[in-house]
Design a protein around this ligand. Structure first.
Ligand SMILES: [Cu+2]
Length: 442
């Protein structure tokens, strides 16, 4: 760690300690196991009746759907509706989602739970909800005309079923174009007895792709050419880094509902495939890998020991999926453009920087004779440092211009030693103004 970076973290610790008191806040934000509602209400039950606690999944940039209890039933409210979705600092699209969120908020239940979802259709057209991978009565399957009548705009519909499985599932509209508008979300069923080995962190990523023409905001759901690729509804560098304590075990659940299969690659660590959309896989089937192909309609669950400190990329490895659309920005620039000049490219970058606005652009150096080399430019001029625009506690302490190295379907797992992890967790608890003051002080 550099001296200035060390000071960064020290300052955060001192400031946070002053504001909140160390003992309480240092543990803050760590994924703590939650007892199931059965556990909390267990009263006179014997130990055997009580479900285990589990580590809840965190869906960065999305969040969870809360529930209320009606007797022993977990009741969720879910409304399908149009959503203005900012997928990048300079791109907001007109997607569809649930409860103002695209993808929809994560539903987390536990194996054995009775679940009721009070669903409302606020879309301009009919829809239904399908519970992908769940073994439930056919009347709850959410297929229009086959298992139910389409739910008309303005109508409500109640789904209710018992979840006897464990695993990573998702919910989505059972209409192809609506899926491509963003109508899906996680449905995670935690096991009755926690998985072994237990994970310390559990993160979920939803893979989506969008075709949005320049100067347009509505995704073209019939296109096969996708220019925006997102994790949990945002493109890098807007994706929120996943944090892991050095030495911890990390579970990563990935689901895909688009037109492409995505090979998701993790840097610097090996993982094992511990589950699919069908649930947990037996440990005898686990083997080391660092790229997992997540096919359309699949869920893939991988786990790894966060052994090596650092900011490690997690990204789709399809080259075009590691980019953000430059069409909005560069207009006349195509990869093969022969008359691209450094001055022209820089000009384009500066005009984008002004419109966002972000603080600066950060082109890497090019050779003096670059313009005479066939094929130039490729990645030159494309990288955009916008650290301050996408700043959040989880990005705290990253090297300057880190955001210039991240685009498209990409995020990172930050494997952090105890002190640095705690400093960021503390910062997540700070009021926004205090965090800003400290930044300016630094
Ligand atoms: Cu991909």
């Amino acid at each position: 760690m550099s001296g200035s970076r060390r000071k960064f973290f020290q300052d955060a610790t001192i400031l946070g300690a002053g504001l909140l008191g160390l003992s309480e806040s240092l543990q803050a934000g760590q994924q703590e196991r939650v007892a199931s509602s059965h556990h909390l209400r267990s009263g006179g039950r014997t130990e055997l009746d009580v479900k285990n606690a589990y580590v809840p999944m965190v869906t960065p940039d999305v969040g969870d759907l809360p529930h209320e209890m009606d007797g022993a039933v977990k009741v969720f409210q879910l409304a399908a509706e149009p959503v203005k979705k900012r997928i990048a600092p300079f791109k907001t699209i007109d997607a569809w989602g649930y409860n103002g969120s695209c993808p929809g908020p994560t539903i987390q239940v536990q194996q054995g739970d009775r679940v009721r979802v009070i669903f409302e259709n606020r879309l301009p057209e009919s829809t239904t909800m399908h519970w992908h991978g769940l073994e439930i009565p056919v009347e709850q399957d959410g297929v229009p005309y086959i298992s139910q009548k389409p739910i008309a705009p303005g109508e409500k519909y109640v789904y209710e079923f018992t979840v006897h499985q464990e695993g990573t599932f998702f919910y989505h509209a059972h209409s192809a174009m609506q899926e491509m508008m963003g109508l899906l979300g996680f449905f995670v069923a935690h096991p009755e007895k926690d998985y072994k080995p237990r994970a310390d962190h559990d993160y979920g990523l939803i893979l989506q792709e969008w075709a949005v023409l320049p100067s347009n905001t509505v995704p073209n759901t019939a296109s096969m050419e996708f220019n925006w690729l997102t994790f949990n509804g945002v493109s890098a560098p807007m994706t929120t880094p996943l944090l892991a304590r050095l030495g911890s075990r990390v579970r990563l659940r990935i689901v895909n509902l688009g037109m492409d299969h995505h090979p998701i690659h993790l840097h610097g660590h090996q993982f094992v495939l511990t589950g699919t959309e069908g649930g947990r896989a037996p440990e005898s089937t686990w083997y080391p890998m660092n790229t997992v192909l997540v096919g359309v309609a699949q869920a893939r669950v991988v786990e790894f020991e966060a052994k090596y400190p650092g900011a490690w990329m997690i990204h789709c490895h399809l080259p075009h999926h590691m980019m953000n659309s430059m069409m909005d920005l560069l207009r006349d620039r195509q990869i093969q453009t022969a008359d691209q000049t450094e001055a022209k490219a820089m000009n384009q970058m500066m005009s984008l920087a002004k419109s966002v606005p972000f603080e600066h652009v950060h082109p890497s150096p090019v050779a003096a004779n670059a313009e005479s080399v066939p094929g130039f430019p490729q990645d030159a001029f494309m990288e955009m440092g916008m650290d301050e625009v996408v700043e959040k506690p989880e990005t705290y302490g990253l090297p300057k211009n880190w955001s210039a190295g991240m685009m498209g379907m990409m995020t990172m797992v930050r494997v952090l030693p105890e002190k640095e992890y705690d400093a960021i967790m503390l910062r997540k608890k700070l009021p926004r103004s205090a965090a800003e003051e400290e930044h300016h002080h630094e």
